[in-house]
Every structure is written in structure tokens, then in C-alpha cells.
Write a protein that binds this ligand. Sequence first.
Ligand SMILES: C[S@@+](CC[C@H](N)C(=O)[O-])C[C@H]1O[C@@H](n2cnc3c(N)ncnc32)[C@H](O)[C@@H]1O
Length: 318
Amino acid sequence: MHCFVKTPLNYTGNKFRLLEQIQPFFPEKINVMVDLFCGGATVGLNTNCKEVYFIDNDINVIGLLKFFQTQHFDELLIELQEIISEFGLSNSFKNGFKYYKERILDKNFNNGLKEYNKSGFYKLRDNYNQLKNKTSKEAFLKLYILLLYGFNNDLRFNSKGEFNLPVGKTDFNKTNVIKLKTYLEKIKTINAHYICADFNSDKVLKILNKADFIYLDPPYLITNATYNESNKWSNESEHKLLNLMDNLIQNNKKFVLSNVLQKKNKMNEPLYYWTEKNKEKIDIYHMHYSYSCASYNKKNREFKEDEIIVTWKRKNEN
Ligand SMILES: C[S@@+](CC[C@H](N)C(=O)[O-])C[C@H]1O[C@@H](n2cnc3c(N)ncnc32)[C@H](O)[C@@H]1O
């Protein structure tokens, strides 16, 4: 039984629950790994290697990961709670959930602490959006708190770069604190680099050249996520990704790609045809967990969510 560490950044489609299934397909020894489309860094964080490049084109995600790398848990705990108290937000870590639930009219458990935190959350959101320097310590602390108290613990910004999620139902609680502590302990043991760039940029291609293993977890063409709103990940992006995969194969790179090939009646056609064309050069495995909670078994076949991984051809390996 593995003891995987969770990231403090909640992420739609994060690979925590699939790690146990994916990792047996990774090389046994890795020197330089690239976690391409790293999101919350879950995969690189939990993989044994000498060095890992975390790459994502989301400036706030990479910013937060970089920030956490430099922080000490005890100080962070104090500083976060100072801001939480300044904005009158609940602190279940300190006082427990019940303490706050008793002080609001909304007793519905499903709404959590939404009512209690509403006013403070929007004040903090305005305050954060007005900050001039978004790479200061203050800005990252406030962004992380917005994530903890915001809807679905997600990160979302409008076209002006303003954080725009509404208040959510959770707060700074014991689970989040433990997550943060274990993450900080683990990340300090890793030789990590954080790169904010497009997967197809020259900078990234250079890094891929020196890597001996690449894990790729792009947005899925046929599913929805906050980082893929307004269809930012298009057919064109998918084709560019497949070109990049062709290059990885040509250069004998070891790689693992996660994706969803089919969901209900939708099919990722570019990927499907690419896998058909490259059958001799790759291996494909079907996963046993899907985000719709419909496991890949006979009973639930009607959901037809076919989550796959594609790997380099392993047949001839010892
Ligand atoms: C499926 S999520 C990755 C989840 C991650 N593996 C985890 O476990 O948390 C896809 C990620 O791709 C990033 N992304 C989207 N388009 C990109 C691009 N053109 N270049 C680099 N990263 C991109 C998104 O910001 C998002 O974090």
C-alpha cells in the first residue's frame, strides 16, 4: 500500500486516485522527470526521481507551487490564520466546524459554512484583486485562502485576471492543514523546477530533450474542467499534442499520457485515430476508475467513460 501525498491545490481531474494504477507503468529508475500539464503537481510529487520539472501554462498554479516550495509550515500557519481572522472568516481548524454552524441560520449540512463566510470572502476577493503585486507573499497567502473558501476549492480568473469564483462551503480546517503540512514536508525533499509555459514552446521542448521520462496529463478534449472553460483546449491543441507525442516516440523517450478516449457518446477522434495509426509503437491500458463514479465494469458500460493511458512500447523491455 502506497502512502501518496496530496497537493494543497484542489484540481479537477487530479490524478491522486489513479496514482496506484498509473505508476506501475512508469520506468523503475528515473533521473529527470517532466510532469507536463502538472496542475496541482500530484504526479511528480509522488514519483521517485532525481529531478522533476513541473510545467503548466497557468501562471497562478505555477506561482502557488513555487511559493509553497519556499515556505515553512509553522510560519505559514500563523500568517494564514492572521488573514483569516482579519477578514472575519471561519477557522474550523482552531474552533471546530460546529462552533460556526451554531452561529448561522443555515443549518443545512450541505451548505457548510457558506453563510458564515460570505461577507468576509467577498471582501478578501476584492482586496486580492486590487493588489498591485500578485507575486508577493501577501498575494499568494490570500490566493490560497480564496481557494480554500471558494466554490469547489477551485481557481478561476476572468479575462482581466481577477479571481471570480463565488464563496464555497469549506474553510481552513484540520484536513487542509494536514494536507499543507505533509505537502511542504514532501516537496522539500524533491529537486523541483517550476515552469510556466505552453507545452509546445521552445522552452518546454528543450526540457523534454533532457528528460528521461515524461508524464503528460493534458486537458481532455471531450470533458469539462475550470481550466478548460470556453474550450481553450481545441482540436488544434490536440493535434499539436499528438505531434509532440510523435517526436517523443521518434526520440525513444519514455512517456505516459493520460486521457479520456470516450465519454458517453463523445469520442476523442484525433487521439483515437492516432492510437490506431501508432499501434505498433505504443501500448494502451484502460483505467478502472472514472470521475463519474461509474467504474469501468460490465454493469456500468452504458456510461462508456474510457479513461486510458498510452505509454511507450514496453514489449521488448526486461
Ligand atoms: C488534467 S489537468 C492536470 C492535472 C494534474 N495532472 C494533477 O494531477 O493535478 C491539465 C492541466 O493542463 C494545463 N494546461 C492547459 N493548457 C495548457 C497548455 N497549452 N500548456 C501547458 N499546460 C496547459 C491546465 O492549466 C491544467 O492544469
